[in-house]
Design a protein around this ligand. Sequence first.
Ligand code: PSU
Ligand code: MN
Length: 302
Amino acid sequence: MITKYLDITSELKNALANNQPIVALESTIISHGMPYPQNRDTALEVEQILRDQGVIPATVAIISGRLKIGLRAQEIDYLAKSGSQITKASRRDLAYLLAQKMDGATTVASTMIAANLAGIRVFATGGIGGVHRGASESFDISADLQELANTNVAVVCAGIKAILDLELTLEYLETFGVPVLGYKTSELPAFYSQKSGFKVNYEMQSAEEIAELLRTKWALNLKGGVLIANPVPTDKGLDFEMMNSAIDQAITEEKRLGIKGKESTPFLLGKVKDLTDGLSLDANIELMFNNVKLAAEIAKAL
Ligand code: PSU
Ligand code: MN
């Protein structure tokens, strides 16, 4: 049985049994997405924000070959300190890491898998993976998109980061039937910025409206996820053009160094952070708090 590999905390088991609201959280954002100690502080603060709203946090990671749903503060600190020493674990890495009794930080894809195994339907993160710029040559398309196509979990994010090809990512999601919703916006946010020049499929005005769409999708057996794009708060957003020029520089540097595959996303994120002098880190933290608040409302409404 699956329980052979899964560790769900007793708090979460209780919450699941009593139908209490739960929000899943990924751990690659902790290990690979932010520097120490901001990564640890943000991860702990995010859990506190959920608790303050009456929602149980379920941070996911692989520790000593166990797929853990719900982490202790020490485990979060361990992932935060280990940084990129920890294996970034997407769908294809899960079996290896569990069989070898290793550690891994879960991406959006593998966190969705874990949430689905536990029966958790709402997940909050910063940004998802997508179709990379130049994908027609590199074939670099994140496994996150196939997970959204197949796994019944709603993902709240701040849109799609402009290190990706937003237009191709939207086309891919359309092909695989994943609805892209904008929370109080008709424009797809681009992670650090509220604007991207692209439209979401549908603008939603409330968590209740989103919950009703989720119930309807899954009642119809339309398997797969839903992407909920929540723009970074106005006063925290960064200029789209400035971000784009930092991203272009990061991509040029990546090509020069020959970085590919699973190293690509963490490299680009790190480079953009350096190039924007930490400004992007502040925005990243604020948008994460903002996404968690919306996810909490959706989890309660479901
Ligand atoms: N995009 C972001 N921030 C992130 C990631 C993506 O804006 O932290 C992380 C997430 O964990 C996501 C992963 O699931 O990168 C995607 O990696 P890849 O492109 O290698 O699938
Ligand atoms: Mn990739």
